[in-house]
Design a protein around this ligand. Structure first.
Ligand code: AMP
Ligand code: MG
Length: 486
């Protein structure tokens, strides 16, 4: 195991040195052996209890130095200068087998100076939910943070009532957020901002060559960094749009500069296609609705750009003039990538600008016919080659269906291959996730959860139980609400 504490070493301005608060009775519920192997963790050498002790925070693996990271963030558009890890501890980093440095963070591991009125804890349900959702996203080929372990604490957590508590271990390329940059920008701490940018370049974008001294960071390097971060968000948002994922709380503190999905609190999956789909109980205005995600990511990247202006030039106007084209480029890239992604869902191998009409018409038809997003694309995938299913789709799509068929007619087999890669057979549907969580929480038996996970790990290839989890909810999840207060 190759342990480091690089973020801790950035210094006091960046984090609070603080230890997890021990829990009463740690018991290992889930352990991600495949991920542990990637991270070269020699877990076979330890018994279950030792693993539970390590990933509850009751014992610290030698070499780690737990910290709570400082950050700010725009929450639903309102700036909060003081957020930070209120219930999480970054233990340090591990270098994985490919040589990539990855953060190991405990969540639900107790209070820090950033806790405000919170208890520093996490309930079991949301911990299991994060494990299920992140594993599903990973298998769906969505860039994502992952879960290494879920440990029951043997303690109660009080929300609207008492729940069993848990600690979840999160693995991320880093936990640097747009909000981390905002933290230093809000304090006009340009030196720390430079240090953070320099650190983030070295961690995430080593292709941008920098000198050892952060002070020597050039305007060009800062611009290259911003451009790289912005472009990293494109495959992320495209993957979300492709599988029908609604993050639910795209605050700037929940936007990782690595371009990974982070913070699964109120996330949900869309059933019937509608761009206004929202499940989060606190997102009253639909700021983070399914169809807003491309726009919101640009908003978040604009906030990041603002923090970097002083590093680009002392003349703010000049800085803005240099950054603005990069935001325009992000907009263009998102727009173009979206069409490309949708074209791939339709089996169009050689996307041309003309295909835009076909895609726009399809979206209109999906919305007006209120059809299930995932199931419809599975049916279309079948229809690329199989005459039998055409009848039903013709009824929904009419003339459009013939146009699409003719568009892919040059090579239908290749079209179907592409569609099979783009369109999942199964996603972590809200009603199944909730059912599995209820069974797991009530009985303490995780058999059903493991069966579900097995299916979710194979989203593009049907396996034994796949069919059990493909059904859409009868009511389109009309009364389904998700919560942040995990
Ligand atoms: P989140 O909604 O998980 O993105 O959290 C937003 C902010 O609230 C972060 O600063 C969290 O650390 C903090 N927070 C959320 N839940 C708790 C809790 N139970 N105790 C302390 N801080 C919390
Ligand atoms: Mg958060």
């Amino acid at each position: 195991m190759q342990i480091s504490t690089q973020y801790f070493q950035l210094g006091k301005a960046f984090s609070q040195r603080t230890s997890p608060v021990p829990v009463a009775n740690p018991a290992l519920l889930l352990f991600n052996e495949a991920l542990a192997q990637e991270l070269a963790i020699p877990f076979e050498e330890y018994d279950q209890q030792s693993i539970a002790d390590f990933f509850s925070g009751n014992k610290i693996i030698k070499g780690f130095t737990p910290i709570a990271q400082a950050y700010s963030g725009h929450q639903f558009g309102h700036f909060n200068p003081q957020l930070g890890d209120g219930r999480a501890h970054l233990l340090g980093e591990l270098t994985d087998k490919t040589g990539q440095v990855r953060d190991i963070q405990l969540k639900g591991s107790g209070i820090s100076q950033f806790s405000r009125r919170g208890d520093g804890r996490c309930a079991l349900g949301p911990a299991l939910r994060e494990y299920i959702m992140s594993e599903a996203m990973y298998a769906l080929r969505v860039p994502t943070t992952r879960c290494l372990a879920v440990v029951a604490t043997g303690e109660q957590v009080y929300r609207e009532r008492a729940y069993p508590g848990a600690v979840v271990t999160r693995v991320a390329q880093s936990h640097i957020r747009v909000g981390t940059f905002q933290y230093f920008a809000a304090r006009k701490d340009t030196e720390s901002l430079k240090k953070l940018t320099h650190f983030a370049i070295k961690r995430h974008f080593p292709e941008i060559e920098v000198q050892a001294d952060a002070e020597l960071l050039s305007s060009e390097q800062v611009l290259a960094f911003f451009s790289a971060v912005a472009q990293k968000q494109v495959p992320l948002i495209m993957a979300w749009m492709r599988v029908g994922f609604i993050h639910g709380v795209m605050n700037t503190d929940n936007t990782a500069i690595s371009g990974e999905t982070i913070d699964f609190g109120p996330c949900a999956m869309m059933n019937n296609y509608h761009r206004d789909t929202v499940f989060s109980s606190i997102d009253k205005n639909g700021r983070y609705a399914f169809g807003e995600q491309m726009t919101i990511m640009q908003w978040n990247m604009t906030r990041l750009a603002e923090t970097l202006l002083p590093l680009v030039s002392d003349d703010e106007e000049k800085s803005v003039a240099l950054v603005q084209p990069l935001l325009t480029k992000l907009h263009e890239n998102l727009t173009q990538s979206y069409l490309q992604m949708m074209a791939e869902k339709l089996g169009i191998i050689d996307f041309k600008d003309d295909d835009q009409t076909l895609i726009t018409q399809l979206i209109h038809l999906l919305e007006t016919n209120e059809v299930d997003y995932t199931q419809t694309f599975v049916k279309l995938t079948d229809a690329a080659l199989n005459e039998k299913v055409h009848h039903e789709l013709r009824a929904v799509f009419g003339q459009w269906f013939e146009q699409w068929q003719s568009r892919i007619s040059a090579n239908k087999a290749a079209a179907q291959q592409l569609m099979k890669k783009s369109n999942p057979l199964v996603i972590p549907r809200n009603h199944h996730v909730e059912k599995i969580l209820a069974i797991s929480e009530e009985s303490g038996d995780l058999t059903a959860l493991h069966e579900f996970l097995t299916v979710l790990k194979s989203p593009y290839t049907a396996i034994e139980n796949t069919a059990d989890y493909q059904d859409a909810p009868a009511d389109n999840d009309e009364n389904y609400h998700t919560f942040c207060g995990t």
